[in-house]
Design a protein around this ligand. Structure first.
Ligand code: CP
Ligand code: NVA
Length: 304
């Protein structure tokens, strides 16, 4: 049966580790996996992208497949053709769909009505490909995910939601500091709490960035204004203080790493100095998008 990848929790904890290890293997041997050789993968983008588009296009090519970039605005989807019909048409031509859009429900519906695997390349709710690349980067740096604490400071957005669910699944402690009113999505919190009952992850939500950063192994942040929210002019004022700065860094463990999914607004969610100091890790995260997405595609298409 086909499987989709809409959330990190679509995989088990063991599958996530298996995919991370395979991503590390593919990093060393980029043409090793030919699982999607001869297959056509549609890449639908309703929002802008640098990393996701490029890493999927290159990744599909390296695996012997054909990537087809589909700008959302050029399709009948943007003129209201319903998702159920789009899914059924695309399933007749393509072997897989990667989609970046606004509504998470739209991606769920696309997966439901498609007979081919669907991969979530970011919605307003989740960005699972990014967090898989981030987990791979942590695994490379620390050799394990066990016993680690991730601190996320900033907007309770798609990245924060995805981190909550991923940490709940993997048994990683997580502390999230956001201003009041900008907490992560309640559904993601509930799912994370449920997953944490099994994995033992500690989950903390706070409005205090210093408290959140205490003893962190990873300090993580993302833009204050996500794609689609550009009209919210007052948002940035509320977020002053919710940055990775020297004070926050001093609360974390001595050997902590600083991560960012990019694009970054230096001087807002992270200081330029700290961004540059940890740029090796930050650009490893970007590179690892390519390797982990290939490992994810290999996993989803292997048994079809
Ligand atoms: N991090 C990330 O998804 O980057 P893009 O928006 O450039 O794809
Ligand atoms: N939260 C950001 C992530 C970009 C990769 C956004 O949705 O725009």
């Amino acid at each position: 049966m086909k499987r989709d990848f809409l959330s990190v929790s679509d995989f088990s904890k063991e599958e996530v580790i298996e995919i991370i290890r395979y991503g590390i293997e593919l990093k060393r041997n980029k043409f090793k996996d030919r699982t999607i050789s001869g297959k056509s993968i549609g890449l639908i983008f309703m929002k802008q992208s640098t990393r996701t588009r490029l890493s999927f296009e290159v990744g599909v090519y390296q695996m012997g497949g054909q990537p087809i970039y589909i700008s959302g605005s050029s399709t009948q989807m943007s003129r209201g053709e319903d998702i159920k019909d789009t899914a059924r048409v695309m399933s007749r031509y393509l072997d897989g769909i990667v989609i970046r859009t606004f509504s998470h429900k739209e991606v769920q519906d696309l997966a439901r009505y498609s007979s081919i695997p669907v991969i979530n390349a970011l919605t307003d709710y989740l960005h699972p490909c990014q967090v898989m690349a981030d987990l791979m980067t942590m695994y490379e740096r620390f050799g394990t995910l066990k016993g680690k604490k991730v601190t996320y400071i900033g907007d309770g957005n798609n990245m924060a939601n995805t981190w909550l669910i991923a940490c709940g699944l993997m048994g990683i402690d997580i502390s999230i500091a956001t201003p009041e009113g900008y907490e992560p999505n309640g559904k993601a919190v509930l799912e994370a709490v449920e997953l944490a009952k099994k994995s033992g992850a500690k989950i903390e939500l706070t409005i205090d960035p210093l408290e959140a950063a205490r003893s962190a192994d990873v300090l993580y942040t993302d833009v204050w204004v996500s794609m689609g929210q550009e009209g919210d002019k007052d948002k940035k004022k509320v977020f002053e203080g919710y940055s990775i700065n020297e004070k926050v860094l001093s609360e974390a463990k001595d050997r902590c790493i600083v991560m960012h999914c990019l694009p970054a607004h230096k001087g807002e969610e992270i200081t330029e100095d700290i961004f540059e100091r940890y740029s090796d890790i930050i650009f490893d995260q970007a590179e690892n998008r390519l390797h982990i997405q290939k490992a994810i595609m290999s996993f989803l298409f292997r048994n079809l």
